[in-house]
Ligand binder design. Sequence first.
Ligand code: RNT
Ligand code: ZN
Length: 416
Amino acid sequence: MKEASITKAYEIAIERYQAVGINVEEVMEKLQKVQLSLHCWQADDVTGFESKGELTGGIQATGNYPGKARNIDEVRADIKKAASLIPGNHRVNLHEIYGDFKGEFVDRDQVEPKHFDSWMQWAKENNLKLDFNSTSFSHPKSGNLSLSNPDESIRNFWIEHTKRCREIAQKIGEYQNDPCIMNIWVHDGSKDITVNRMKYRALLKDSLDNIFEKKYDMMKDCIESKVFGIGLESYTVGSNDFYVGYGSKNNKIITLDTGHFHPTESVADKVSSLLLFVPELMLHVSRPVRWDSDHVTILNDDTLDLCKEIVRCDALNKVHIGLDYFDASINRIGAYVIGSRATQKCMCQALLEPLNTLRKYEAEDKGFQRLALLEESKSLPWNAVWDMFCYKNNVPVGEEFIAEIEKYETEVTSKR
Ligand code: RNT
Ligand code: ZN
């Protein structure tokens, strides 16, 4: 797109927003600071480098679009390509199974910080920060229960794994001089009715208490709940109530995955409640279609409402924004870029909301005026601000990134 038309539209947008009390330059600065944590697992359908076995744990990547990353170099190259089409400076979210194991089998209870040395160097070279996740799925000991397994040897195996992951996250945080956000999600659950709901939850609680005994200063713990997994439909040990209870009692970050709630539940509405009781939030921005299908995030009401709530709660510094979807049916790098840019577009709109005026109307009980301005702000020229943001960040403006991805597909991924 031509610079002149981007600038012209931007100047008009500045005027329109000024009229409703918004300083667009300030919004641009705030948007620049919003970091996304790009989920490494979109590059290879949650396979990782530990083994090429089946994906288990009640999650599924459907589709077999050609060009999936097959090794660490390809995952890194694909993430770099995606990042080059996303404005701003971002983070990469690693799972333990993405360690640099150099062809050796390293079991989950044997993993060490050294397996992530090359990731730390790579991230530094590319001006990216890293986040981390322990991995309970796709392992012979995964079964239906990991941290809540009544079999002590299996439970201890996963406790050891998670403790090691926390140490790795701490080392990453120290190296990058920025806390590494470490998420714990375990798939534990039951396909059919269980008569032991309390027992497994008590075991999970004990395991977590044990895992969190050691205190670290350069990593932050988050805990992620879920409604159900495939093949684990009747009961989820780590339910929302379980983790909200655990997190508020133990001051842990709650991870909200937008695909992990009942379809009519508003994840946006949870932000304000949780932030009164837990220190921070982590998001896994996704798109559930009928179930936790992990479709590519798009600009829709759910994502928009979520971003608006973060801004309305003045919580940009308390919410870590990660993405979590794995679509294997379309170009995988394209999927990264669509979802990331969609999230940023929502954040851009959220930051442009004429909040002071809306709040003034609300204080004065002017319901019509509040609704009218909410409606009008939907069609204010936010896209001109977004285009300028992309332009200033030297990434393609608008649909221009499609051609870039096609080129990468022709030159790189189609040859895999
Ligand atoms: C699964 C959870 C979890 C995973 C990743 C791979 O339902 O959302 O966050 O998607 O850890
Ligand atoms: Zn998730």
